[in-house]
Design a protein. Structure first.
Lengths: 237, 237
DNA sequence: GTATTTTTGTCACCTAGGTGACAAAAATAA
DNA sequence: TTATTTTTGTCACCTAGGTGACAAAAATAC
């Protein structure tokens, strides 16, 4: 069972890994990849650490998850053989967003992201990764938000959403970040997937807690307090 | 207010749009982009249609949403000036996953994806888009799943998760797709963000409905029925 | 200005799903 | 084999949040 798998163009094709790549490119790439046997339950990488490799799952199942403060964790996705993972390494300076661990015994092949890109694409890594960041970086952030949502209650979701809005649409103000956006409670409800009435209640509550102020029609978010309400404590971004 | 904005390198820099691009590249790109004024509530593109443009929001707010069968809709994200959107067009043959509409009056600049890529990156569009699909395509699918989850109940989430698992880890069987994966109800519960007990209940229910069969320890998913249970009816993928 | 529509605030009530507890059944270890 | 651990099944009960209804307040139209 733990017999080292043979990696050649044929096996890569069978895995449907890089269907667009030429045989030559795959051969070149294989030369630069290193194969690892990972035992069930072993962590491949932890969330928050710098991303320095891209991985290709050869056999087994890898689990991607997001640990939450209170010892819980959200299972984000299960990865099947032939899938590439650890792609935060394709964006400049980005740390791993999720934890990945072997869900069963696995064979995994890894490669440095710059080697991966230059082998398959004939442009400098920096160019590709900036482009990636500029185009899909935000989508990735969105995915991250959704996974976080999974383990939050309405109050936290609302706080999280307001923080994001403040970041995107806020202007600095003596009292905090003022939203340059006219949002009804209905809009907010859609955004967090809740009912309008409950949003109204929780908005009141956030105001009572002084995490949210109002200047006429404008909302002012106090990032520090709002973080607390979102259950982020002293995290970044 | 509806005065046509001036688009030059300076304004692009102010919007922090393509921070990595050179002035020359930006100039070239601007030459090929067309500016549109979009009135509040107007749809920029609908979900499901072929993706033939990338958009840059110049001013205003754009809303991304996912309409659900029962006249509801999930608000996926609000887009701020300087953000690029409509990036499904950067992946080959992909249709728009979400609907986008002007949340306020907007100025939007659009460009053909191939022009966008070749101007900024000096490689053929096809190469870049295959690479994108191979690396971030699945992450995009994941985002799509999470947004769908938002408007589903546990029964539907479970069905959706089982369908995805069948697709990733299933092998064809006379009776349906047999999962080559040993999952406990606990794992499933993590995957859909629910409690183990309720997952047990709903699994029973799916078996009763004959959408899910069991051959000893192995699960067999019947895609047609499972689709129905997931509330997908006759949709693709 | 007044009339009309949209948005907010606040009820009381209801339901999906969380929680704890425990027994039966299966899997695994010894 | 028997002992032990993991997984499943099924309770009864509880809570977060959905729903409908309606009035006050704001915004907008006329």
């Amino acid at each position: 069972m733990a017999r080292t798998p043979v990696l050649n163009v044929k096996t890569i094709r069978r895995l449907k890994a890089f269907p667009w790549a030429s045989d030559r490119q795959i051969e070149q790439l294989l030369d630069q990849m290193t194969l690892h046997h990972i035992e069930k339950r072993t962590i491949v990488f932890n969330e928050g650490v710098p991303s320095d490799s891209v991985y290709l799952l050869i056999s087994g199942v890898v689990k991607l998850s997001l640990p939450t403060p209170d010892e819980e964790h959200v299972l984000v996705s299960l990865i099947a053989p032939g899938e590439l993972f650890g792609i935060t390494s394709l964006m400049p300076g980005m740390c791993r967003a999720f934890r990945s661990e072997a869900f069963s015994d696995c064979w995994i092949s890894s490669v440095r992201p710059d080697v991966f890109v230059t082998t398959l694409l004939d442009i400098p890594f920096a160019e590709f990764s900036s482009m990636m960041e500029g185009t899909v970086g935000r989508w990735f952030a969105l995915l991250y938000r959704y996974t976080r949502f999974q383990s939050s209650n309405l109050h936290q979701k609302l706080a999280l959403a307001l923080l994001e809005l403040a970041q995107k649409f806020g202007v600095q103000d003596a009292r905090g970040m003022m939203l340059t956006l006219q949002l009804t409670h209905e809009d907010l409800a859609d955004l967090v997937g809740a009912s309008r009435q409950k949003v109204t209640e929780h908005m009141k509550e956030l105001e009572r807690q002084q995490f949210l102020l109002r200047d006429g029609r404008k909302l002012i978010v106090r990032p520090a307090g709002m973080r607390e309400a979102a259950g982020l404590a002293s995290e970044e971004k």
